[in-house]
Design a protein around this ligand. Sequence first.
Ligand SMILES: O=C(O)CCC(=O)C(=O)O
Ligand SMILES: [Fe+2]
Length: 335
Amino acid sequence: MSLVDAAGATAESTFQNVPIIDLANIKSADPDIRRKLAGEIRDACMKVGFFYVSNHGISEDLTSGALEAAKEFFALPLEKKMEIHNKKTSNFKGYSPVLSGNNDPNGAGDMQEGFEFGWEAPWTYDDFSQSEDDAGGAMAGANIWPTDVPYFREQALGYYHAAVILGKSLFPLFALALDLKEDFFDDKTQHSAALMKFLHYPPQAGPVDERVIGIGAHTDWECFTILWQEPGIHALQVLNSENKWIDAPPIDGTLVINLGDQFARWTNDVFKSTVHRAINRSGVRRYSIPLFFGTDYSVRLEPIVSCISPERPPKYDIITAGEYVKSRLQATYNH
Ligand SMILES: O=C(O)CCC(=O)C(=O)O
Ligand SMILES: [Fe+2]
């Protein structure tokens, strides 16, 4: 079935849960096995826009190192954190205090604080070759790091580089899922427009103002997000087409992958960029680590030919990935 026909066939359906996809065969030498895996991803992308991945290859050590760094940073006094406030930088990197961001235009601020950074060359992986800069995107330019937490940068970048490797290995599967050649995204992802964020959600007790929740209802902006959630704490919810919030709790040994608006634009909405939100009613602090993976900022988000037809004309104006991300950053942080 063509992509456009398959999208039409799933348009009326909705989902009640988020599927789990096993990535054990991601590097299989057998193209049929890779294609089968891509088929599972295609199904999840068209029906849900969210899936969990198991056997994703990111070690527990890297994850716990990053988590410890994040916890120590957020425990610093506010004045210390404000020294690297993201409003002091032109590229939106650095610290965002509680309520400084607002992802849902109908909301009144997100009940979370964050720290965001982007690509920086690793010094421990000799085989990791990558250009440092990226054609002037909104988030291009140096990262800004806290100086009060020992090994913060190392711990953060250790997890980041492992997640970037995972992200790069997913692009060929997304390409296969879209009936494209596996290398379709290679020349569009040369500069790793990959932004990672440490998030800290204070607990919200008692009656919660629906306009001030951990992160208000939103879609992500890049191609896809690789999300680590703290085990044991339910907070993330995904909106289905019946406007029902479906829980996406942490599942041991998995990460969440969700599609963002760049993929919706590439695929003319054949792949779904699904609305989601998080509310921390657990009574304890919650941490999460999204890594937003886009194409290079200079790449034009043109619909893939197999995703348009006379019945499904292009839905979006063509802009570059960088223009799109910048417009969303400005709306969220009011810069
Ligand atoms: O913390 C979470 O579970 C979700 C975070 C999220 O949706 C985002 O940062 O875009
Ligand atoms: Fe999100």
